[in-house]
Design a binder for this molecule. Structure first.
Ligand code: ZN
Length: 397
C-alpha cells in the first residue's frame, strides 16, 4: 500500500469562513501551548503528554476533544521532524476519522469545526475523482492558503503492485524525431504535433517582432494555449506508457536529462532542434509518467544519457571516429555488426538495457568496449540477441 494525499479545493460559503478560521486559530493556539508544556516538562511521549495537557488545553482553547488529540500529535510529530519548532500558525489543522468524513455522492466532506460539523463541497477534477473513488479515508489536513482559499488534503491508501524487481524494462527515448519512442517500437510522433508547435512558435516570433501592447496580450494567450495543448498531450502519452508497462509488468526507463541542456547545446544544432530539446515539455512528460507510474505500481528509472543514440543496441559498439556516428537521421546502421534499425528505437533499446542495470544491479553486465568507459551493459533482457559473442564480466560494486 502506498499512502498519497489528494489535494482538493473546498467550496466554502462566506458565512462559514470565520468559523473555519476560528477553528484554525484554536488549533494553532493549542499546538503552541502544548509545545510549551512539552518543552518545560521534557515530555515527548504522546500518551504521557496527553495526560498532562488534555484538560487544561481543552478548557483554555475551547476546541473539540479530538482536535486536542490531533494537536498533541502535531506537536510531537513536528518536534521529531525538525530541529527547531517555530510558532504554529493558524493555517492548517489535522483531521481524523472522528472529525472528518468523505462523501462520494455528492462529492463533499464533513468537517468538525469549533462549534459543529459542517459539510463542504469539493471542487475537484477527474484526477482527484479517480483517486478518491471507493475510498473511505480516515485522515486529512485542512489548509488555508495565503490567498484565503481553503483546501483539504485527503490521505488515501492505494494498493501498489508487488513490484519488487521487475525483470522487464521498457526504454523510452524522448524528443528526437518523435515525441517519444519505446523499445517496443511504439512511438508518438511527431508530424502533426510538431507542426502545431512549430506553428505556435512561428506565430510567436511574428508577434514578438511587433511588440505592441495588443501583441503582448496575444502572446500570453498563445503561450497559454500551447501549454494547455502540450499538457493534454503529455497526459495522454504518459497514460499510455504507464498502461503498457503495467500490462507487461515492466519498468519504464528514461534518460536523465537533468544536465543535458549544456552538453547538447555544445554541439552545433539547428535552431528548431534546439528549441525542441530545451523544452520543459519533456520534463513535464516525465513528471506525469512518474506520478502515474507511482499510482499504478510501475517503477520508473533514470539512466545516464551519454551515447544512447550512438551505441549499437546489439553489439554495443560506438563509431570509433570522434564526431561520427552510425546514426544518420531516421536510421541506425552499425558498422561493426551490421545491425540496422530505426534510430529512435535503437536508442530506446539502449535506454531499456541501461534501465535494467539500474533496476536489477545483480544482473551480469557487459563492459563497454569504449576505452576508459565504465559503462556496464546488462544482458538478459528480452531485447537482447543472446547468440552474439559478447565480452561479459560480472558487475562489481
Ligand atoms: Zn552493432
Amino acid at each position: 500500500m502506498q499512502t498519497i494525499s489528494v489535494k482538493c479545493k473546498l467550496q466554502v460559503p462566506v458565512e462559514f469562513r470565520s468559523e473555519i478560521d476560528r477553528t484554525l486559530q484554536g488549533f494553532a493556539d493549542a499546538c503552541n501551548q502544548i509545545y510549551e508544556v512539552a518543552k518545560r516538562e521534557k515530555c515527548w511521549n504522546t500518551t504521557k503528554l496527553h495526560h498532562l495537557v488534555y484538560k487544561p488545553i481543552k478548557q483554555a482553547t475551547g476546541i473539540k476533544a479530538n482536535h486536542v488529540c490531533q494537536a498533541i500529535r502535531r506537536v510531537i510529530g513536528n518536534a521529531k521532524a525538525v530541529k527547531q519548532v517555530h510558532k504554529f500558525r493558524p493555517t492548517s489543522i489535522n483531521l481524523d476519522a472522528r472529525t472528518f468524513e468523505y462523501f462520494e455522492e455528492p462529492q463533499s466532506v464533513g468537517v468538525t469545526l469549533m462549534c459543529s460539523r459542517k459539510q463542504f463541497k469539493l471542487l475537484i477534477g477527474n484526477y482527484q475523482l479517480a483517486l478518491l473513488k471507493g475510498q473511505t479515508p480516515t485522515a486529512a489536513t485542512l489548509n488555508k492558503t495565503k490567498r484565503g482559499d481553503y483546501y483539504i488534503n485527503i490521505c488515501v491508501d492505494l494498493p501498489t503492485d508487488p513490484t519488487g524487481k521487475t525483470p522487464k524494462v521498457i526504454g523510452v527515448d524522448l524528443g528526437r524525431r518523435d515525441i517519444a519512442t519505446t523499445s517496443n517500437g511504439k512511438s508518438w510522433s511527431g508530424g502533426k504535433i510538431q507542426a502545431t508547435r512549430d506553428r505556435y512558435s512561428k506565430v510567436r516570433a511574428n508577434v514578438q517582432r511587433k511588440r505592441t501592447r495588443s501583441s503582448r496580450k496575444l502572446l500570453r494567450r498563445l503561450s497559454g494555449r500551447e501549454q494547455r495543448f502540450q499538457k493534454w498531450l503529455n497526459h495522454n502519452i504518459s497514460k499510455q506508457l504507464v498502461q503498457e508497462a503495467k500490462q507487461s509488468s515492466s519498468a519504464l526507463a528514461f534518460e536523465d536529462l537533468t544536465n543535458i541542456r549544456e552538453s547538447l547545446n555544445q554541439k552545433p544544432r539547428s535552431k528548431t532542434e534546439r528549441r525542441r530539446t530545451n523544452n520543459w515539455a519533456f520534463y513535464q512528460l516525465r513528471m506525469f509518467v512518474e506520478y502515474k507510474g507511482n499510482i499504478a505500481g510501475v517503477p520508473v528509472v533514470l539512466v545516464p544519457p551519454a551515447y544512447t543514440s550512438q551505441t549499437c543496441s546489439r553489439c554495443h559498439h560506438v563509431h570509433p571516429v570522434k564526431g561520427k556516428s552510425y546514426r544518420s537521421g531516421k536510421s541506425f546502421k552499425c558498422g561493426h555488426c551490421g545491425f540496422e534499425y530505426d534510430a529512435d528505437v535503437n536508442a530506446a533499446l539502449n535506454i531499456a538495457a541501461l534501465g535494467l542495470s539500474v533496476s536489477q544491479p545483480e544482473v551480469p553486465g557487459i563492459a563497454c568496449l569504449l576505452e576508459g568507459c565504465d559503462y556496464l551493459f546488462p544482458t538478459g533482457g528480452e531485447n537482447w540477441d543472446k547468440d552474439l559473442p559478447l565480452k561479459r564480466k560480472r558487475r562489481v560494486g
